[in-house]
Design a binder for this molecule. Structure first.
Ligand code: 1YM
Length: 702
């Protein structure tokens, strides 16, 4: 796992005890623990570990340590070990006690910082949290390997049990802090959660490049542990680490981790780690775009997760937008007449982690999780601008993909806006704004009004003629209704067909959707009984499911059930909606066992009509034709709604007294949405098998 010699690569430096400052007792901490650790519940309890760990981590960040071991011991006890310089044990000139005792037993004490590094995570002074942990622990012990010796001091509830004493010699260097939280303070309990500890420390490991972090759960060794003076429990062979973290790549590794299950749009992860502002500000950034619409932008300041962002994030976003536009123009991807990509455009699909290290840190906002330090903005902007420009120039393929991703977002944004504008604009004009394709009904009462959404112009024509114009409206949709790319709302709204549907319904869409404005309480989808028809049905159901869920819940969505067969026998006409029904009809007519040829719909329908008894002359395709007497019924199979004449359509599909409608429930719509995802999603396999299953007529150019 970790080579010992790597871990020994640590710098040595001399500490001057005179740099210790202010002193104050620890009573305030015990009186108001919440003020110092947030709460006395599980959050506060775990905060104790973070405080001690932060000191080790700061030591590592300053180049003096590269290994930290956190062990959960029996009896709710925690032990943190690092291979840093060791907390100084020499006597402080002012207090006349050791530096160790000062940082453990007084409030607001800490080493002076800034000489050779950044301030610690506590946002200023190193080691400030140790006394808080000590104050809130029933037992606390610090062992220090430093200057050739091993030094120890023990405490209880913040008070020392004895002075610091040397208990032996040591060639090592480092600090061991062991503590047991005081149950009097942590009334909700003192049991630590290993998963929580692991996840916090994993994140920290990404933030400190090259640090080795070992987490060991040794709680089962009740009464068996004896490691007095030993630096590492895990080196004693007592326990293998439960988790070990080491990330050579720092934030680059974190971006890789975030993007593990997504599809990157470019190969190389951008990464920079550089100081700015005369070395006063450290800036580390890693980013990669993925084939997704969401943005994952995670930012830290002095290793504190700044959930509300702040100056570092602002500096980054401005620079990102500027650099991408500049590159796109320089390389003629954006032409003179084209408008720039916006900040939102270039954020779509971005995974990015920003970490800044500052000597003095200012937070803002309610929860103090927003960085306010102005120097972070300019530092991030300048470091990132240079490095990202260089990256784009060095990796033109990646640059091209990144810009294409931004252009896609721009087009989607424009289409969505245009669609929304037009929906709203037209919606505002009410009656006059209805789409030209719509043959509206006369009634203004939504409760009795129906909208037939019909596949194809020719079926639309028949439906218009066959309808009851008082209550039935017809909206024909073209065969290829959508050009949807990966199920995006904006794309859907970009489709003229869907726009017409939204307008016809009159209930707007998205934030402005209002079910009470829906102009029809029956929305009836009528598509052909073939693969294209099934496909359009899937799209429409998906559309309703995703954007008009309340309309489905209200039971407004229906599927028309046109017949599959027309069976004519003399003057008697029967319609069959399934194969079983067809056989039943034939049986009823007395032709149960005979095989009867089906006619291709629409072709010679009338000429082949069977008239029983006498001869009859009928008109067939402009040509007079004598129809011979026949004993067999004719069966016409409808391939599409367009093949029905207005009367047939009326009788079979539209007439309120005769038709069959199927009400759509949410489960069916959801299933359609899932199928849609399969057809539209980036996975090629399922789509291919769908096409193969539905053989020749499948038209997936939707
Ligand atoms: C397991 C916890 O506290 N490590 C640690 C703490 C310190 C140092 C090294 C350290 C700091 C400095 C000089 C310095 C601290 N020292 C102080 C203070 N691990 C853990 N490792 N030499 C050693 O800051 O200049 C506070 S923390 F104030 F004494 F210097």
């Amino acid at each position: 796992m970790v080579a010992k010699k790597d871990e020994e690569k640590v710098k040595k430096s001399n500490y001057g005890a005179e740099s210790i400052q202010v002193l104050e007792g620890l009573e305030p901490v015990r009186k108001r623990p919440g003020m110092y650790i947030g709460s006395t519940g599980p959050d506060g309890l775990h905060h104790l570990i973070w405080e001690i760990f932060d000191n080790s981590r700061d030591e590592a960040m300053n180049g003096h340590a590269n290994r930290v071991e956190i062990t959960l011991l029996p009896d709710d006890t925690i032990r943190v070990v690092d291979n840093g310089r060791g907390i100084p044990t020499d006597i402080h000139p002012k207090t006349k006690v050791s530096a160790l005792e000062t940082i453990m037993c007084t409030l607001h004490a800490g080493g002076k910082f800034g000489g050779d590094g950044y301030a610690g995570a506590t946002g200023g002074l190193h080691g400030v949290g140790a006394s808080v942990v000590n104050a809130l622990s029933i037992m606390c012990k610090v062992e220090i390997h430093r200057d050739g010796g091993l030094f120890v001091q023990e405490y209880s509830q913040g008070k020392k049990k004895a002075n610091v004493k040397q208990i032996g010699k040591s060639k090592l260097h480092g600090t061991i802090v062991t503590f047991k939280p005081d149950a009097e303070i942590f009334k909700e309990g003192t049991v630590f959660n290993i998963d929580r500890i692991i996840s916090h420390l994993r994140q920290q490991a990404y933030l400190v490049k090259g640090i080795f972090i070992h987490v060991i759960d040794a709680r089962k060794y009740e009464g068996k542990l004896n490691f007095e003076g030993e630096t590492y429990l895990y080196d004693l062979g007592l326990e293998q680490p439960t988790e070990s973290f080491y990330f050579e790549g720092g934030l680059k590794s974190l971006v890789k981790h975030y993007n593990e299950f997504t599809k990157p749009v470019h190969k190389n992860i951008f990464y920079i780690d550089k100081n700015a502002d005369a070395e006063k500000v450290g800036v580390e950034i890693a980013l990669q775009y993925v084939d997704d619409m969401t943005t994952k932008l995670v930012a830290f300041a002095n290793n504190i997760h700044t959930t509300e962002g702040g100056t570092h994030v602002t500096g980054f976003k401005t620079a990102l937008t500027r650099i991408i536009n500049a590159y796109a123009r320089k390389n003629n991807i954006l032409k003179e007449k084209d408008e720039n990509l916006t900040g939102d455009d270039v954020l779509e699909g971005l995974t990015c982690v920003i970490s800044v290290k500052l000597r003095e840190i200012q937070f803002e906002g309610q929860t103090k999780s927003k960085l306010g330090s102005m120097e972070a903005q300019s530092a991030v902007s300048s470091v990132f601008s240079d490095a990202f420009t260089f990256f784009m120039e060095e990796n033109p393929d990646d640059a091209k993909e990144i810009i294409n991703k931004g252009l896609l977002a721009l087009r989607a944004r424009k289409a969505a806006k245009a669609a929304k504008d037009s929906v709203l604009r037209k919606g505002a004009l009410e009656g006059f704004s209805l789409p030209g394709k719509l043959a509206d009904c006369q009634s203004n009462d939504p409760a009795e009004s129906e909208l037939f959404i019909v596949e194809g112009d020719s079926a639309g024509g028949s439906a218009k003629m066959g309808r009851d114009r008082r209550t039935q409206a017809i909206l024909p949709l073209r065969g290829k209704i959508l050009n949807v790319e990966r199920a995006r709302l904006d794309r859907m709204l970009g489709s003229e067909q869907i726009k017409n549907l939204v307008l016809a319904m009159g209930a707007a869409i998205g934030d402005t959707f209002d079910i009470s404005k829906c102009r029809y309480h029956k929305l009836i989808i009528a598509t052909d009984a073939d693969v294209d028809g099934a496909h359009i049905m899937t799209l429409l159901l998906t559309f309703f499911f995703r954007y008009y869920r309340p309309i489905i819940d209200a039971g407004y969505v229906y599927i028309a059930q046109p017949p599959l067969y027309k069976i004519t026998y003399g003057k008697e006409i029967n319609y069959a909606y399934t194969d079983e029904e067809k056989f039943a009809v034939l049986k009823k007519l007395g032709f149960g066992d005979e095989s009867i040829e089906e006619s291709e719909s629409g072709e010679t329908e009338e000429s082949e009509e069977v008239t029983e008894g006498e001869e009859e002359v009928s008109e067939g395709k402009g040509k007079e034709k004598i129809v011979k007497k026949s004993k067999k019924p004719s069966i016409q199979r409808y391939k599409g709604l367009g093949e029905m004449n207005p009367d047939e359509l009326k009788e079979t599909t539209m007439d309120i007294n005769k038709r069959i409608l199927k009400q759509v429930n949410v489960d069916e719509a959801e299933e359609a949405s899932r199928v849609f995802e399969m057809l539209m999603g980036s996975e090629v396999g399922p789509r291919k098998s769908f096409i193969q299953t539905h053989a020749k007529s499948a038209n997936l150019d939707i």
